[in-house]
Unconditional design. Structure first.
Ligand code: DAH
Length: 346
């Protein structure tokens, strides 16, 4: 019996190198180890041996079975590797330069954000940060926006499950968390953690429960500015916004203030701009942002004496500016990452 087993093993050792595909390998293996295979036939003869010889024969068969299996495994691994190579092609030389001729570029929203920050940095503003998951205190209460204000409606933004507490940022401990509806919350965080004079900018993401259409998105970006010092007046606000818009749009750009209401500023204004010299924005006034003088109630809330300190604040929508300036007529284009749009601003 051993001679037969030995012969089969030798045969397999000779045949395997010739086999090129997994299918051919399976076919070949069946002729040896399949139900009608030559090796299987030898193993069946064990039943015809005298009982005393069977244990030894069984051991021998197992030894050959193991050696055969090793040969199969090695061959199979080699074939798998070959198949993989066929699929991925020749080995990649990672030391070669990238074949991609298109370098990446910043998104239009990033470009507009950076440009506004760059302009404002020149007049002393630095960038401050705040969390996107906010408490009602920072987002509303401290900004003089009481509980019955429509902005507090649960339908207006995304409120967290009250059980899901995130860190220990809540002042009162029992507050609800929400996705911030504006970056104005950073005004409060900054005034509580730093002493004036303050000049901060806060670019960031905001959320509202809006149904997406050409001008609405549940997720958008704002830049907030806050300037608190002794003797800050509306003149500073107007002069700085004039400077910002002229820097962004050219010296011909004009702005105008219209009275408005925001809980956290008094007086409050909406700002329109006109830049007729830029053909693409037309010759009409375009409403662009909100601003005002920090309400004394807000200053008191953060422990500042309104008789000593005053300030201005403004908040603008980055998408709004980007769309107006670059003629993007649907806000959704800004989030679809379609290269045809992105490349126009690369
Ligand atoms: N937070 C306002 C909004 O989301 C924008 C705004 C208005 C910000 C007036 C301000 C401000 O800082 O003073 O519509």
């Amino acid at each position: 019996m051993e001679a037969e087993l030995q012969a089969i093993l030798a045969q397999v050792e000779r045949d395997l190198p010739e086999i090129q595909t997994p299918a051919a390998f399976e076919q070949y293996r069946a002729t040896i180890s399949g139900p009608n295979g030559s090796f299987t036939a030898v193993t069946k003869t064990i039943g015809k041996l005298p009982p005393a010889e069977r244990p030894t024969a069984g051991k021998l068969i197992n030894q050959y079975k193991t050696r055969l299996q090793e040969l199969y495994d090695a061959k199979f691994a080699q074939l798998e590797e070959l198949e993989l190579q066929k699929q991925i092609g020749p080995a990649v030389d990672v030391t070669l330069p990238s074949p991609d001729p298109q370098p990446g570029s910043t998104h239009l929203i990033t470009q507009v954000r950076e440009e506004i920050c760059r302009v404002m940095r020149k007049i002393g503003f630095t960038v401050a940060d705040g969390p996107e998951i906010e408490t009602e205190y920072y987002c509303f209460d401290a900004l003089n926006t009481p509980a019955d204000h429509p902005a507090r409606d649960a339908q207006d933004t995304y409120y967290m499950d009250p059980e899901a507490r995130i860190g220990n940022v809540s002042r009162k401990g029992t507050e609800r968390y929400l996705l911030r509806t504006h970056t104005s919350s950073v005004q409060i965080r900054t005034m509580l953690s730093e002493k004036p004079p303050l000049r901060i900018l806060c670019p960031g993401r905001c959320f509202r429960r809006d149904t997406a259409d050409a001008t609405h998105s549940a997720n958008f970006h704002q830049i907030e500015a806050l300037y608190v010092d002794r003797g800050v007046t509306v003149t500073d606000l107007k002069a700085d916004l004039d400077y910002l818009f002229k820097s962004l749009l050219g010296n011909e750009a004009q702005i105008r203030f219209r009275p408005h209401y925001f809980g956290y500023t008094e007086p409050s204004f909406e700002v329109d701009f006109k830049a007729s010299h830029l053909g693409k924005v037309g010759s009409d006034w375009i409403e662009i942002m909100g601003c005002g003088m920090v309400d004394p109630t807000v200053l008191e809330e953060v422990g500042l004496d309104p008789n000593e300190w005053s300030g201005y604040a403004f908040g603008l929508g980055i998408e709004r500016i980007a769309m107006t300036l670059y003629g993007v007529d649907d806000i959704r284009y800004l989030y679809q990452n379609d290269l045809r749009l992105l490349r126009q601003f690369a």
